[in-house]
Design a protein around this ligand. Structure first.
Ligand SMILES: [Zn+2]
Ligand SMILES: [Zn+2]
Length: 338
């Protein structure tokens, strides 16, 4: 019977090793505080065009009168919830956010693509904000239709290349490309052809095409690119003041891809300021400070370093927003010391 004991002991050791390895891989891939030099000071006066960053690529642009929301993902269910059960919005949290950020001033929610980490809260938000429209792909509109209270007027099909006026904001959607697929993210180009039923499994949120948004406001040009993907030469004749640039899994791509991605975005657009997005662990709730993606998903310090090096080489300032405090975009052009 000694050999059975030996095998059992071996199995226990193996399981412990696997558990230890998993715990290591699920830890943050670095510390946000190591990048203090690029984080702005908060508590400054906020008159002008501000942005609130809620993690992933959910961004609230606010000029004090009108608002534009990019993507709608606040509920951030935990990894366990996402893996084990269908997911849905945290309505209480959304009600608090609607009140706290006066989201009734939101003219439109511009959706980059239909994965749940971009669109989960759109159906619930549209019910709470009956004057607000959603702009997105047919798949995104089918996710919005999960809520029968959403009206047809709220559903605005995306029209790439066409300028649309939403309050004080001029918006142009541009066709784009998702981050290269992974084992759990291999549905690129798939569409959601029927209205979704909520709650839904995360895998039911099909990508449905990816888009960037050019936002013009009071003479400023802003481009929001949520995913680490590009269509070659798509942004060739465009220059912007501010670039929100997705860096998820940049460290995991080949050196050639990294270089081409930065060349097709940062180098072409020559922004004065670049603000990285989609670098946080979106299984953590919004009430906690944003953390880097776990090691399993990315090496975020490396992704950030790649961006910082390329940006600073061409004189573009990098601003790392790490919480949903309003940041005055005009101040990004001011002193180099903030
Ligand atoms: Zn995605
Ligand atoms: Zn995403």
């Amino acid at each position: 019977m000694k050999w059975i004991k030996g095998i059992l002991l071996g199995l226990v050791i193996l399981l412990l090793l696997i558990a230890g390895m998993l715990a290591y891989l699920l830890q943050a891939s670095g510390k946000v505080s190591d990048f203090k030099a690029w984080q702005p000071q908060t508590g400054i006066s906020v008159h002008g065009l501000t942005v609130n960053f809620f993690g992933v690529s959910t961004l609230l642009l606010d000029d004090g009168h009108d608002q534009i929301l990019i993507d709608g993902f606040f509920s951030r269910p935990s990894l366990r919830q996402v893996i084990t059960r269908p997911i849905q919005s945290d309505k209480l949290l959304l009600e608090q956010l609607v009140e706290c950020h006066e989201l009734s001033r939101t003219q439109a929610i511009l959706v980059s693509h239909s994965h749940y980490d971009h669109v989960l809260d759109v159906p619930a938000l549209l019910e709470m904000l009956p004057e607000t429209a959603v702009v997105g792909s047919p798949s995104t509109l089918n996710i919005a239709r999960a809520n029968p209270k959403v009206t047809p007027q709220q559903l605005q099909p995306i029209k790439p290349g066409q300028v649309q006026q939403w309050g004080n904001f001029q918006i142009t959607a541009l066709r784009s490309q998702h981050t290269p697929p992974t084992a759990v993210n291999d549905d690129l180009g798939e569409k959601l052809l029927q209205p979704l039923t909520l709650p839904a499994k995360f895998s039911e949120f099909k990508e449905g095409g990816s888009f960037d948004y050019l936002i013009e406001h009071a003479g400023y040009k802003i481009l929001v690119k949520a995913s680490t993907g590009f269509i070659p030469e798509q942004l060739q004749h465009l220059e912007v003041d501010i670039l929100f640039l997705g860096i998820a899994q940049l460290s995991r791509q080949s050196a050639a891809y990294q270089q081409q991605y930065l060349a097709e975005t940062l180098n072409l657009l020559k922004p004065k300021v670049v603000i990285p997005v989609h670098w946080d662990d979106f299984f953590q709730p919004l009430k906690q400070p944003l953390q880097f993606l776990p090691r399993l998903a990315d090496d975020t310090p490396k992704s950030l370093q790649l961006l910082i090096q390329a940006a600073e080489t061409q004189g573009t300032k990098v601003i790392l927003l790490s919480g949903p405090q309003p940041y005055l975009l005009n101040s990004a052009f001011a002193s180099q010391s903030d």
